[in-house]
Structure formats: structure tokens, C-alpha cells
Design a protein around this ligand. Structure first.
Ligand code: ZN
Length: 412
């Protein structure tokens, strides 16, 4: 995962353009992505696909010809979606186009202007303090013209058409945690799914406009669960933000996280693309998994969100939690006890004491009794596990044994 982050880090991405295509190409080396190109001007819900932006070079050169600010050194130096410019300007004339972080003087901010045509440079306050009155040669060699918005998706077919969607934003340039770490974790999670129960859909799309485009072009009634995955590689603990409507994924994520240091947040209409999936018209059961939350760390949207800021260990931990969520979700079914009048006789079916010698025999027997008692078609296995205070895995194993013995019927 770290190697993928390293490889994607230098690429200049935005909501459209060749940086996104190159990113999807690289992801496509690990998982077979279906890439979609949606033309500029296409209406998507209340939005319109913008012009496509591409950039080759940009700089501010001083009188001696030194690049004081250089896109080649970091793509964060250019305001995303800057229109082309070629001019000579004094520092005074330049100032309205310069963006710094006065409170973090050594860092370069990440800024964009997607929907208002302008141009600008981002630089550290320290660089700005060292600049004389100029004049400066100003160049942004970019194009903003009709083209496409590009997104990719990968579907792992399940035994049922009901879907779990995992969505990552692909629009940020050289920022490691937000969201290359999320992309890397999603790719590994996708690779790990073998013959799952649910159908899993991985969406790699630019933030906001990308998920809106996907929602405009697809049927959403098959999506039963999901989460957005971002900021997956910093050293902070995990944060899960609930879906708007409250849903099974919220219960599953809370259950998986309960033995770790973590934070659970209620839904807010801000953050990542859960905003779109949880807009009232769709109202999907989609939460958001991050480590430190959106805008919750000083490195957020600055040049300090770099390769040192993310760690392999943190990404591995995020992946482990994602896989546990999948494991619980996959087996979290509802059953009906087919012998609900008195306890069924487990011994004659080989279920009682058949697990002799195992240290968890007692736990499994308790799990069977709980599953039989609460399998009335209303309770899921996770509901039962939580009520019984027993591990979900024991419930799933008990349910399987009871089902095999003909004592349970699975609800559709
Ligand atoms: Zn961001």
C-alpha cells in the first residue's frame, strides 16, 4: 500500500484531466478497473461536468531567472484549475493571486478554484517573505477546455446482487493521506475479496462532482451498505461517521471498532462523498471511515500531508478494520427458528456436546441457545451477539450449525 501511495504521490490530479487518468491506469494494474469518460457539459443531477483541466508547467521567475515558485518542485504550487497565464508582474500585482498559510509559515497550502475561472499560486509564507518587489515572469502553462470527467469502478460480483459500495476521491494532487492512503487501502481490500456474499463496488472518482456523476448515471436501489474511505494512513486512531438514516453498516462498524481506540461521529452533511450518497433523495446506508477526521489535523490540505505523514502500519490497521467490517457484514443475516416451541433437543441432532474438547465449547453452546431464542426474523446475528455479549464469530458459527441441522431458516 505504501508503495502505491509513493507511486501516485507525484502525479498532479484534479477533478478532471490526465492526472486522474494516469492514477486510474496505475490502480488498474492491481485491479481491473472500468474507466468512464463523461463529456464536458453533461448534466449530472443539479451539476454540469466542467471543462477538463490539464497543466504542463508553471512558475514565478525572478529577474535573475530563478524559479522562486516552481510547479516542477511541487504541484501544490498552482491553484488547481488555474487558467493559463503568461505575463510579467510586480509583487504588488501578483499578491491577489498568491495563497499562503500565515499560521503555518513553512507549509504550502492546497487550494483550488473549480467553478470560478481564475489563476493563482500557493507558496509558503517564508518564500513570500523572501520575495522582492520584482518584476516576476509569471507562467501557467495549462489548458481548460472541453474534454471529459474520468472515473473508475471495479465490481466484485457476489452471490447476491445487493451491493456494498466503497468510494474514494481521486481529485487531490500531491497529498498522501487525503486521499492516496484511502485509495491504496481500497485497492488492497478489493484484491482480498474472494467469492463474497454481497456484490462489492469500488468507486474511484473525483470528490463531489464524481460521486454526483456516478449517482446520476446508475441505479442506486441495489446499494445496501457502504462507506467512503479517506485519510486512511495517518497515525491517529480510526473514526467512523454514521450514515444519515442510521443503518446496518453503522452498527457493524461500531461493533468492529469497539475493542480499539476509536471515535464514532453522527452524520453531518459535510466531509467526503457520504454527503452525496446520504443526500435525502438517495439516503443510502453509507458511512465514512477515516483515521483522523476530515480537516482534523494541522497537516490537512498542506504540503505537510506528504509521504512521511502516512505509515504502512496505519494503512494496514485501516485495512484490517475494513476486512473485519466485511466479514461481519457478510455473515450478518436474520434467521427464523423452525422449532420455536420449547428448546429443540440439540443432543439428538449431534449439536450438544459435539464440540467437546474445544475450549470455547461453552461459548458456542450459549451462542446456539441465544440464536435459537432470538431468531424470530427480526433480530440479526449482530443484534443477538450484542444482546448476548458474545463474539459475532461465535454467533455466526452457531447459526451455521443450527442451519445445517435444519433448525433455522434464513430470511430473504
Ligand atoms: Zn481534501
Amino acid at each position: 500500500m505504501y508503495a502505491l501511495v509513493e507511486r501516485l504521490y507525484p502525479i498532479c490530479r484534479s477533478i478532471t484531466g490526465d492526472g486522474v487518468r494516469r492514477t486510474l491506469e496505475i490502480i488498474g494494474e492491481s485491479i481491473p478497473l472500468e474507466v468512464h469518460e463523461v463529456p464536458t457539459g453533461t448534466q449530472v443531477l443539479d451539476w454540469t461536468i466542467p471543462k477538463e483541466w490539464n497543466i504542463r508547467d508553471a512558475y514565478l521567475k525572478d529577474a535573475s531567472g530563478n524559479r522562486v515558485v516552481d510547479f516542477g518542485a511541487s504541484n501544490l504550487h498552482v491553484l488547481g484549475y488555474s487558467v493559463p497565464v503568461s505575463a510579467t508582474m510586480s509583487l504588488e500585482e501578483l499578491r491577489p493571486h498568491l495563497h499562503t498559510l500565515p499560521d503555518q509559515p513553512s507549509l504550502v497550502p492546497y487550494r483550488t478554484s473549480y467553478y470560478a475561472e481564475t489563476w493563482g499560486f500557493c507558496l509558503s509564507e517564508e518564500t513570500l517573505a523572501g520575495m522582492d518587489e520584482g518584476p516576476y515572469e509569471v507562467l501557467i502553462d495549462s489548458t481548460l477546455e472541453d474534454g471529459h470527467l474520468t472515473y473508475g469502478e471495479y465490481v466484485v460480483p457476489g452471490q447476491v446482487p445487493d451491493e456494498v459500495i466503497i468510494s474514494c476521491h481521486t481529485c487531490h494532487p500531491s497529498l498522501a493521506n487525503d486521499n492516496l492512503a484511502g485509495i491504496a487501502v481500497a485497492v488492497e481490500l478489493a484484491k482480498s475479496l474472494v467469492d463474497p456474499w454481497y456484490t462489492y463496488r469500488f468507486l474511484f472518482a473525483p470528490g463531489t462532482i464524481g460521486s454526483i456523476t456516478w449517482l446520476a448515471r446508475n441505479q442506486t436501489d441495489r446499494i445496501k451498505h457502504g462507506w467512503t474511505l479517506a485519510c486512511a494512513g495517518d497515525r491517529g486512531s480510526l473514526t467512523y461517521k454514521r450514515s444519515r438514516r442510521g443503518s446496518e453498516i453503522d452498527q457493524v462498524a461500531a461493533h468492529v471498532l469497539k475493542d480499539r481506540e476509536h471515535t464514532i461521529l453522527d452524520f453531518t452533511p459535510y466531509g467526503y462523498d457520504e454527503r452525496q450518497f446520504c443526500s435525502p433523495g438517495f439516503n443510502l446506508g453509507v458511512g465514512s471511515l477515516t483515521r483522523t477526521t476530515y480537516a482534523g489535523y494541522p497537516e490537512y490540505h498542506t504540503s505537510a500531508d506528504n509521504l512521511e505523514f502516512v505509515s504502512s502500519e496505519a494503512m494496514a490497521d485501516t485495512l484490517a478494520v475494513c476486512r473485519e467490517i466485511v466479514q461481519v457484514l457478510e455473515r450478518n443475516r436474520r434467521y427464523v427458528n423452525l422449532s420455536p416451541y420449547g428448546e429443540p433437543q440439540l443432543g439428538k441432532r449431534g449439536l450438544y456436546g459435539s464440540l467437546g474438547g474445544r475450549s470455547d465449547t461453552k461459548q458456542l453452546q450459549m451462542a446456539m441457545l441465544w440464536v435459537l431464542n432470538l431468531s424470530d426474523g427480526d433480530h440479526t446475528l449482530l443484534d443477538i451477539a450484542e444482546r448476548a455479549g458474545l463474539p459475532f464469530g461465535a454467533m455466526a458459527e452457531a447459526a451455521q450449525a443450527l442451519h445445517d441441522a435444519g433448525l433455522l431458516k434464513e430470511m430473504a
